[in-house]
Design a protein around this ligand. Structure first.
Ligand SMILES: *Cc1c(COP(=O)(O)O)cnc(C)c1O
Length: 390
């Protein structure tokens, strides 16, 4: 049987940890009740499981349980945050600030709001992927109602300075939303300390199930006003109707609990593997790191390779490792990554980029094998290009 490629795409998704699966299983079968149907034992069991999970998640980000609104993931949480704030606050102002390197789940709701007449400022980033705080300072207007800036970038792993941004927004009484899909369970998050008013979460990037996430919505100092985007049974304080998906919620909380408990040792291990991979790859000439060298997620390495064709590079890597390229597939069209372009990389270099997402289940041997294969592939492609020229 052919061996499966080494999985190094942990920013796209991760496998469910066995311990998470084990916690979820009873809620598919004997404890299948509806958490909103509490006239009997079945409902109480589901309600109790949801309550416990909500408490766990609140503790994870220093919020209170009633501030956690379950959604289908970070995409829905971002939509609820951005469109919900815009709809509930447009009489105060119609200006929103975000960043060009955000995930499309933030950029697209912002563009949609533009089509309705809102004004959106898309801040640029510096060559290291960080925003320039002076740019943010200049972008504030009297009619700004929301700032949306991600915690950790899904392509280059760069960590934006949330506490500083939060303080700048709070000072001006502007709501601060952060997409923390890549950050939860990987770096410490504290909505009080960071002065975050809305935070989007998901769990399938930290060994939890797909199809579940949450939006933190601050209820005091200040109380965030939000218009629901799904109307129905009035679940989740009227902000998100729909029967709660108990097994996924249990898995979400378990995955986050485990990730936080193991964060310090896991961070050390991932940084070791990431640095080891980079040490090997950087022995090649003309290979460059994308994003800030240290202010980034522990398991992220994103590199651009000069002198090779992007498509050929990824075809060459594919049999041995599962990684992402600097190409994005949007509506059947292949475009170069908007994040790498924002760093100033050319289209050609963006295509010839590799995103390694190292995770909990990768071993040192896998890293060494991946590095060796990537080096061989790049060297042979460069050799071929040279022999074509001469
Ligand atoms: C994965 C991801 C999302 C989308 O999350 P889903 O839960 O899959 O909807 C949004 N933002 C960022 C930064 C992500 O990495």
């Amino acid at each position: 049987m052919q061996q499966r490629p080494i999985y190094l795409d942990c920013h796209a998704t991760t496998p469910i940890d066995e311990r998470v699966l084990e916690a979820m299983l009873p809620y598919f079968t004997e404890r299948f009740g509806n958490a909103a149907s509490v006239g009997h034992l079945y409902g109480w069991e589901a309600e109790a499981a949801v309550k416990k999970s909500r408490e766990m998640l609140a503790i994870a980000i220093h919020a209170s349980p009633e501030e956690i609104i379950f959604t289908s993931g970070a995409t829905e949480a971002n939509n609820l945050a951005i469109k919900g704030v815009a709809e509930a606050n447009f009489q105060r102002g119609r200006h929103i600030i975000t960043v060009v390197t955000e995930h499309n789940a933030v950029l697209d709701p912002c563009r949609y709001l533009q089509s309705l007449g809102f004004d959106v400022t898309f801040l640029p980033v510096q060559t290291d992927g960080l925003i320039n705080l002076a740019d943010l300072e200049r972008a504030f207007r009297p009619d700004t109602i929301l700032v949306s800036i991600m915690a950790a970038n899904n392509e280059i792993g760069v960590l934006q300075p949330l506490s500083t941004i939060g303080a700048m927004c709070r000072e001006r009484q502007i709501l601060f939303h952060t997409d923390a899909a890549q950050a939860i369970g990987k770096i410490p998050l504290d909505v009080e300390m960071m002065k975050v008013d809305l935070m989007s979460l998901t769990t399938h990037k930290v060994y939890g199930p797909k199809g579940i996430g949450a939006l933190f919505v601050r209820r005091r100092n200040p109380r965030v006003h939000l218009a629901p985007q799904l109307h129905g049974g009035g679940h989740e304080r009227g902000l998100r109707s729909g029967t709660l998906y108990t097994p996924q919620i249990v898995g979400f909380a378990k995955a986050v609990e485990l990730a936080i408990a193991e964060m310090s040792s896991e961070t050390q291990r991932l940084i070791y593997l990431r640095d080891r991979l980079w040490q090997k790859l950087s022995q090649l000439e003309d290979i460059d790191l994308n994003g800030h060298p240290t202010q980034r997620l522990p398991g992220n390495l994103n590199v651009s390779v000069s002198g090779v064709d992007g498509q050929a590079l990824h075809l060459g890597l594919q049999p041995v490792m599962a990684v992402s390229s600097g190409a994005a597939c949007t509506s059947a069209q292949i475009t170069p990554s908007h994040v790498l372009r924002a760093l100033g990389r050319s289209e050609e270099l963006a295509y010839a980029s590799i995103r390694f997402g190292i995770g909990r289940f990768n071993s040192e041997m896998e890293i060494d094998q991946a590095a060796a294969w990537a080096i061989t592939t790049i060297q042979s492609l460069r050799q071929m290009t040279k022999s074509h020229i001469h």
